[in-house]
Design a protein around this ligand. Structure first.
Ligand code: UDP
Length: 334
């Protein structure tokens, strides 16, 4: 297959590119490097079946060419991360919605397959766990800017399904639940890379709120495997799937686990939400996917438990921190 990955230099996109190349496919990545980085795809650049275009997915002319080349478009490009979204909601909403419109509009004439990575954020603050794909979406008031992201992604889902029904564009929607692994940066506030960096540098580990809120963290390799299998399965078309892990964990326990596994002396501190994200922030108390639908269709099961995920992320960051220290050392002239 010829695969186009929008946002392919990002954390998940670069892992997906790697896996698709390994499976023998040709891969083109388009990324504006707003949150992705060339470092993520550096090892792939010598592959003959790999191409990387540094540009925005909002460049209609370029995207027309790339979508025309592709058999399948994995649409990952988006403004992500709660921190970025609350800092600049207008940018998040505009980028996410416009990019989706462009991808679908260009995929329509030749009915190119589109795999859209949506998010568990769309479930909002529903208290019914685990979340099922046919559940109602329970979003907060518009003046709480966090919900703009969920809305933009939900709109992407509505649009994708509308294009499937109206123009027969084969779309598959994957709602990703807190994907984690090496290369995920802490720059946009995601919890695991943040805790790991804090622990390794001996800085306070910052738990927001009371730490009793839960999440279910999914190994990036499992996410990528699910996306590829969904892209290939004919019965996935026109459907929405949860992609994640159902191992639910409290954030305060993640902090303790990171501290213990890293052997860090960092204190664990509690920060009120308004100090972390500004006034009027709303978090969801629990987030767990029901995986019945994806398990039934493609036999998907998460393969890596949180403790092992943390060990792997710690190993990655230790190497990264060592390289950083090396780079900071004064250079000795001969
Ligand atoms: N979180 C935290 N400390 C941090 C960053 C995040 O306690 O330094 C919390 C955050 O408030 C949320 C959970 O960890 O309850 C997951 O946050 P993340 O931004 O990784 O993902 P999302 O909120 O989208 O699930």
């Amino acid at each position: 297959m010829r695969c186009l990955i929008t946002g392919g230099a990002g954390f998940i996109g670069s892992h997906l590119a790697e896996a698709l190349l390994r499976a023998g496919h040709a891969v083109t990545v388009v990324d504006d490097l707003s949150t992705g980085s060339l470092e993520n795809i550096e090892p792939l650049r010598s592959e003959v079946r790999f191409r990387c275009v540094i540009d925005t997915v909002l460049n209609h002319r370029l995207m027309a060419e790339l979508v025309n080349w592709a058999d399948v478009v994995f649409h990952l490009a988006a403004v992500v991360g709660v921190k970025l979204v609350v800092e600049d909601p207008a940018r998040a909403i505009e980028t996410n919605v416009r990019a989706m419109e462009i991808v679908l509009e260009l995929a329509a004439p030749k009915r190119k397959k589109v795999v859209f990575t949506s998010t568990s954020e769309v479930y909002g603050k529903t208290s019914r766990v685990p979340f099922r794909e046919d559940d109602d979406l329970v979003l907060g008031a518009p003046w709480r800017s966090r919900w703009g992201y969920a809305c933009s992604k939900a709109l992407g889902e509505f649009l994708a399904l509308a294009y499937w029904r109206k123009y027969g564009v084969p779309v598959v929607i994957a709602r990703l639940f807190n994907t984690v692994g090496p290369r995920q940066t802490d720059r946009y506030g995601m919890v695991i890379p943040t805790f790991v960096r804090q622990a390794l540098r001996g800085e306070p580990i910052t738990v927001y709120g009371d730490g009793q809120q839960t999440r279910s963290f999914c190994w990036v390799g499992d996410t990528v495997r699910a996306l590829m299998a969904l892209a290939e399965h004919p019965d996935a078309v026109g459907q929405i799937f949860n992609v994640g892990s159902d191992e639910e964990v409290r954030i305060v326990d993640v902090a303790h686990q990171v501290k213990a596994l890293s052997g860090s002396a960092s204190p664990i501190v509690f920060i009120p939400y308004n100090r972390a994200y500004g006034d009027g922030f709303e978090d969801m108390r629990r987030r767990v996917p029901d995986l019945t639908k994806i398990r039934t269709l493609i036999g998907y099961r998460p393969t890596v438990r949180l403790e092992e995920i943390l060990r792997r992320v710690l190993r990655h960051y230790r190497r990264f921190e060592a390289d950083r220290r090396l780079a900071l050392q004064p250079q000795c002239l001969p």
